[in-house]
Design a protein around this ligand. Structure first.
Ligand code: MN
Ligand code: MN
Length: 473
């Protein structure tokens, strides 16, 4: 939504009174028609990032590489005069800070988003023989519709630590010539009458979400479980690990699907896990590319999809402790909490996009439409706004001013119809510092499925919005 702005060359046929009083909703493609090329180019770079980085650990490494290339120094090597610093937490979170002329005393501009995504984790005893297969025993992570994950090619990403504490990186199934894993569904012929009536949640049970790992028996007469042996032998040959080592591992299956353009006009990007790789990518890029004398922070967190719990989640004290450590190093006498209470925040996350097929689940007046710009979500939660975060009207007013001054198409909405469901983000955990914070990001269709959709113009509008947030007065 951009107020009082006419799309070039288009005759506005609304009455004078309507123009004066009514809010107006125009396609961001039209409002940003002069920047269409830049918007499309932006998504090309984003798609490259998507195809190369899936796990939290991989995204942290990507961010670190980009930060270093742009003059950031690790907190361990930083001194009182270092302006660009990054800090990493357990290889799964990263914080980038660029100190402005006022240091930390006046607070910061901070964008936080999450880099954990929906996936299927290998259990610690992951391999069993179920003749004629060796199966991979999985435990889904986050809020998925389980049937979405059937018949989808899956790749393996993660780390294994052997007894000696040596780390082994595993990536399997991303290259064209590498095999993938798959959870096969039942053929329709055998669905039966009761199968056709099945509720979506009963199509496959969580415990049955297991993928085919191998099918060729090993050539060794003495081995009882020959197919399981094939699987383990492969891992032993390639990674020097045995069944015991899966106990100290974090291995997951992700959709082995490359990002693709969607629609004849290539207006959307389809890919696994825009949520929330999209905001994470944009946040890092916009911090690095924005020009401001202000102190800017970006924070990429883990475990949002399971409720922000644990030492790599937004609930941990990583953010607070890191800022306090930097303040001490710079001899600024201010606590981490004080810095944060004086900061302004964006919780960078996606929201549900208006999907005409499912309009009955949504309030069209208060939904974010793909192609209409960055979504500003004042309140999240479910039911009577339970367990959500609700930004102050004063702050939304400031955000509006910022977006409209920079001529950025934006919209606002709720996740869906009242009492239909809901969800949350890390916003409430930033808000606990007394920081003003609001959710902002592109609307997404098919969220939490193996192939989510986002409009290229919304991705670009989000980039412009994050940059403006760092730069605005
Ligand atoms: Mn999210
Ligand atoms: Mn999510």
């Amino acid at each position: 939504m951009v107020a009082d702005k006419e799309v070039k060359g288009e005759k506005d046929e609304r009455s004078k009174l309507e123009k004066e009083l009514f809010s107006e909703h125009k396609s961001a493609w039209e409002l940003l028609s002069e920047e269409k090329k830049s918007a499309i180019k932006y998504s090309e770079d984003y798609k490259e990032f998507l195809d190369a980085n899936k796990s939290e650990r991989e995204i942290v490494l990507w961010s670190e590489r980009l930060a270093k290339k742009n003059g950031f120094v690790s907190i361990e090597e930083a001194t009182a005069t270092t302006k660009k610093i990054y800090a990493i937490n357990h290889h799964k979170n990263i914080l980038l800070i660029e100190l402005g002329k006022d240091g930390l005393t006046k607070g910061t501009r901070i964008i936080g988003s999450h880099i954990d995504t929906l996936r299927l984790d290998l259990k610690l005893s992951p391999i069993y023989e179920s003749e004629p297969f060796a199966m991979i025993n999985l435990h889904y992570y986050g809020g998925i519709k389980k049937y979405h994950w059937l018949n989808v090619p899956l790749s393996m990403h993660g780390v294994v630590f052997n007894k000696k504490g040596e780390k082994i990186d595993v990536t399997l199934g991303e290259k064209e010539d590498e095999p993938v894993f798959v959870i096969s569904d039942l053929l329709p012929h055998l669905e039966g009458a009761e199968g056709k009536e099945k509720a979506a949640k009963d199509i496959i049970k969580g415990e049955d979400l297991d993928a085919i790992g191998a099918t060729i028996p090993i050539e060794d007469k003495k081995v009882k479980e020959k197919i399981k042996a094939t699987f383990l032998k492969f891992f032993n040959d390639k990674y020097k690990i045995t069944e015991n080592d899966f106990v100290s591992a974090e291995l997951s299956l992700y959709p082995a699907i490359k990002s693709r353009d969607v629609g004849i006009d290539s207006g959307m990007v389809g890919a696994p896990a825009h949520d929330d790789r999209v905001c994470s990518y944009i946040a890092v890029k916009s911090l690095i590319e924005s020009k401001s004398e202000r102190t800017k922070v970006v924070l990429l967190m883990d475990k949002e999809e399971i409720g922000s719990v644990g030492n790599t989640s937004m609930e941990s004290y990583f953010l607070e402790n890191t800022l306090e450590r930097i303040a001490k190093m710079r001899k600024e006498s201010i606590t981490g909490r004080e810095i944060l209470s004086r900061s302004k925040g964006i919780s960078g996350d996606v929201t549900s996009g208006y999907d005409t097929k499912f309009a009955d689940k949504m309030d069209p007046m208060n939904m974010n439409k793909p192609g209409y710009g960055v979504a500003v979500e004042k309140a999240t939660g479910s039911g009577g706004k339970y367990y959500g975060s609700d930004a102050n009207a004063e702050y939304i007013s400031w955000i509006r001013g910022m977006l409209e001054e920079a001529k950025i198409p934006w919209q606002h909405g709720e996740i869906g119809k009242v009492d239909q469901g809901g969800g949350g983000t890390i916003a409430y955990l930033l808000a606990k510092y007394n920081m003003n914070v609001v959710d902002m990001g592109p609307p997404v269709l098919a969220m939490h499925s193996p192939f989510e959709l986002a409009s290229k113009i919304d991705i670009f509008a989000t980039y412009k919005a994050y940059k403006a947030f760092y730069e605005y007065k």
